[in-house]
Design a protein around this ligand. Structure first.
Ligand SMILES: [Zn+2]
Length: 139
């Protein structure tokens, strides 16, 4: 049987990325080694999560960006000192609130007065805030 060290590079690979020999060696090792089995399962879940996210990117549902930003804001605060955690948490919530408010304002704006902002018509980037300096250069 292969050692954990030599099977480790095979763990993140999807089945179709391995040669039949590699796939068999990995399967045999994972069947006998709970540590590598857990690692392979984690990679598998990660791959599934990425596949779902790739789909989301292609077909963004309403509010997807806002939800992701809120989740990222919460995740980032988990590994830090409690004092930093409190500060980062409120900063993350503030950023998410600003982003949500901006998106809502743009949506409402787009519905009621689509011609009010000439640059948004020209650039066709309704979700991307354009800094004033960049606008000045673009003119
Ligand atoms: Zn192992």
């Amino acid at each position: 049987m292969m050692s954990c060290h030599s099977v480790r590079p095979l763990l993140p690979a999807r089945a179709e990325e391995l040669t039949p020999l590699e796939a068999r060696m990995r399967a045999e090792h994972v069947a006998a080694c709970s540590r590598c089995a857990a690692e392979a399962a984690a990679y598998s879940r990660l791959g599934q999560a990425l596949a779902v996210m790739a789909h989301l990117e292609a077909e963004p549902a309403g509010g997807t960006l806002e939800r992701i930003l809120v989740v990222i804001g919460r995740r980032r605060t988990r590994v830090t000192d409690p004092r930093v955690l409190a500060a980062a948490g409120s900063a993350g919530a503030l950023v998410a609130t600003v982003v949500v408010a901006r998106v809502l304002r743009q949506r409402r704006h787009a519905q009621t007065a689509p011609t009010a902002a000439p640059w948004s018509r020209r650039l066709r980037l309704p979700g991307v805030p354009i800094p004033a300096a960049a606008l000045a250069r673009a003119k």
